[in-house]
Design a protein around this ligand. Structure first.
Ligand SMILES: [Zn+2]
Length: 653
């Protein structure tokens, strides 16, 4: 295993930043033919309402004189953790003025309890005494603290997405009313109902957290019969808000079209929760201390939802990011696995890659501290080494979290396979950091390979063949989308207004909606014989977003990321159902089409797989009504509560 970066030549950081800046596209020199766009909006393609959502809800922009942060106290794991394990942390939340609730620009906490028909009050975090004490004291019995904690954790996760993607993140649900102020905010309900469940509800734009009495045989520090609040579990809160953020980035990933797409939602939400642990200094220090520097053995860091696991009668957390090698081969990916099991495999793969890079990066410090042997002695580590390992672990976790989030922009718009996520990870990281000195990408490929997560349609697992390729397109450049023609609100991460977003969507649709281009974007025209008599809707531009990504060496990369989708109504003997195709299109600053990541709407194999899933393992996520099979309204509620019965709708109801 390489313990040193591959290159021995010196690379000053400024040189690294400039050198890794992307080459100018040939299109700028006019080498590629530019065809005039021919498609017309509402005749050849449509534009989704979600296209203009990025300008409807904007985070607060800091004003001169504002503080940078609002420090707030939280439970860094959950109330069952010991203070010696860093159970309480103070997090710096990006500052914004808050109304009681708290109600900010992108989140509003509304503590109405549907079971008790009670409102548990509204915490005022702008009160002077509260401001001066970093918020309310952590407490299991003070609902005002619960409101503070959900706001703080959600804001921190939101900030991680914003940083990784280089833009504001938009929610995936429609605003709750056209003229209600703040109707597009994500509503967080810390005590939504009494039940052993928590979920993101995209139909109402809410995160709902339940509470329930702990069972008599509960393990650990939780009182049997005492109340367990899911809103006080850091991991559950981070997990749920990630579902909402992911839904905003890829609306079709919330459709239960296959095991992988649901497993991905679950695994990705757990990944974010796990990597967030590493941002709490108190937890990292305690974990490094207790595990003697072996972070894989630190269940404080690698365990997900400890208290919730204890309420299920287990001594272990609900899920874990690390599986001991002593148990033999890591758990292997196979078709037909349950969503949480699949998700756990994804988490363990990414965590293994992070651990490999962590060992590479810290080997030199360990050698220094062990007279060159590299073998850590029994007993306590020197404090200085603990600090270095802690810092390195936190830094690396934040790198990996950003890599995982950025890759979403490189995922196809529908029906993701876990193997395709590996391709997205590799391409997104290569685009930003071509010079991979610590071999992050090799570590990721190896970790996915160990679990047999293979992408479809690749000839080898080399980095080069895993990167998405730019297809041979008849249209290479969309001049209207050259950054020189785009209008921003001061910064390329902020589009000017709804009209500008619509203009961009029309410019894209005008090209891909041309009959001769449809196929290249995974689309089909109505009446295409390959549809076998199925009808298709017009292609729909689902989103178009700018991104400004900043790499570790300070290099900056700008792109436009768009999704186009199309609905096919499949006639099957058991009923009619929707099947989607389309593409993610990544467009560079000169308007050049860099990647088209397509899922073909004419792919019969994929259609049959979805049909199989709907009739088998995924049956409970679908319902039949008047000969039409549609997804249930809230798949996440079911997903988080595996014991619920299959919903049955009476014919004609
Ligand atoms: Zn989930």
């Amino acid at each position: 295993m390489a313990e040193e970066p591959k290159t021995s030549a010196a690379t000053p950081q400024a040189t690294a930043a400039v050198a890794q800046t992307r080459e100018r596209p040939d299109a700028a020199e006019g080498r590629f033919a530019v065809e005039p766009p021919c498609a017309v909006v509402d005749r050849d393609f449509t534009i989704d309402d979600g296209v203009t959502r990025p300008v409807q809800i904007l985070p607060y922009e800091r004003q001169p004189g504002d503080p940078i942060y609002r420090p707030l106290r939280i439970f860094s794991l959950d109330p069952s953790a010991s203070r010696l394990e860093g159970a309480e942390a103070t997090v710096n939340v990006p500052y914004e003025p808050l109304d009681p609730g708290p109600v900010g620009r992108v989140f509003e906490v509304d503590d109405f309890d549907s079971t008790q028909q009670t409102h548990w009050g509204r915490v005022d975090l702008d009160r002077r005494v509260v401001l001066l004490s970093d918020g309310h004291d952590p407490s299991t019995s003070d609902p005002l603290f619960h409101q503070q904690m959900v706001y703080a954790v959600c804001s921190t996760v939101y900030a991680a997405f914003r940083r990784a993607l280089g833009r504001h993140v938009t929610w995936g649900f429609a605003a709750r009313g056209p003229d209600t102020p703040g109707a597009g905010r994500l509503r967080i309900r810390p005590h939504a109902f009494e039940d052993q469940n928590a979920y993101y509800d995209r139909t109402t734009g809410e995160l709902c957290f339940g509470y329930f009495p702990a069972p008599k045989d509960v393990r650990g520090r939780t009182l049997p019969g005492g109340v367990v609040f899911t809103c006080l579990s850091h991991d559950i809160v981070a997990h749920e808000v990630t579902h909402a953020l992911l839904d905003g980035l890829r609306a079709h990933f919330s459709e239960p079209t296959g095991e992988d797409v649901l497993g991905f939602h679950e695994g990705f939400a757990d990944l974010v929760a796990t990597f967030q642990h590493f941002s709490y200094r108190e937890v990292v220090q305690a974990a490094i201390h207790r595990s003697q520097g072996k972070i894989e053995g630190a269940s404080l860091l690698t365990g997900i939802a400890h208290q919730f696991g204890a309420t299920l009668g287990s001594t272990k957390p609900l899920r874990t990011a690390f599986e001991s090698a002593a148990q033999g081969e890591p758990k292997q990916y196979r078709a037909g696995m349950e969503a949480h099991e699949l998700g756990e495999i994804l988490v363990q793969a990414v965590f293994e890659a992070a651990l490999t890079v962590f060992r590479r990066k810290t080997a030199q410090y360990v050698r220094l501290a062990t007279d060159g042997t590299g073998r850590l002695p029994e007993g306590e580590l020197p404090i200085a080494l603990q600090n270095i390992l802690g810092e390195q672990a936190s830094k690396l976790a934040s790198h990996f979290l950003a890599i995982c989030i950025r890759a979403i922009d490189y995922c196809p718009p529908v029906d993701l396979d876990l193997g395709e996520y590996l391709r997205a990870l590799i391409t997104a990281d290569y685009d930003l950091v071509p010079d991979d000195r610590w071999a992050y990408r090799e570590a990721l490929i190896d970790a996915f390979r160990h679990r047999r997560i293979y992408p479809p349609n690749v000839t080898s697992l080399s980095e080069e063949s895993l990167r998405w390729q730019c297809p041979e397109l008849s249209v290479k450049t969309i001049l209207e989308l050259n950054f020189a023609h785009l209008q921003f609100e001061g910064d390329p991460a902020s589009p000017a207004d709804a009209g500008e977003l619509r203009r961009q969507a029309i410019a894209l649709g005008a090209v891909l909606g041309c009959p001769q281009n449809l196929k290249q974007f995974g689309l089909a025209r109505a009446g295409d014989p390959a549809l076998g008599g199925d009808s298709v809707s017009l292609p729909r531009v689902q989103s178009i977003r700018s991104s400004r990504r900043i790499g570790p060496d300070g290099q900056i990369v700008f792109d436009l990321v768009a999704e186009v989708t199309q609905r096919r109504s499949v006639r099957a003997p058991e009923g009619m159902f929707d099947f989607f195709g389309g593409a993610t299109v990544i467009i560079g600053p000169k308007g050049e089409v860099r990647y088209v990541i397509a899922k073909n709407i004419l792919n019969e194999k994929r259609r049959d797989q979805q049909r199989e899933f709907m009739r088998g393992a995924g049956q409970r996520y679908w319902k039949m009504h008047d000969g039409v099979i549609t997804p249930v309204a809230n798949a996440f509620k079911l997903l988080h509560k595996p014991v619920l019965p299959i919903p049955v709708e009476e014919p004609g109801s």
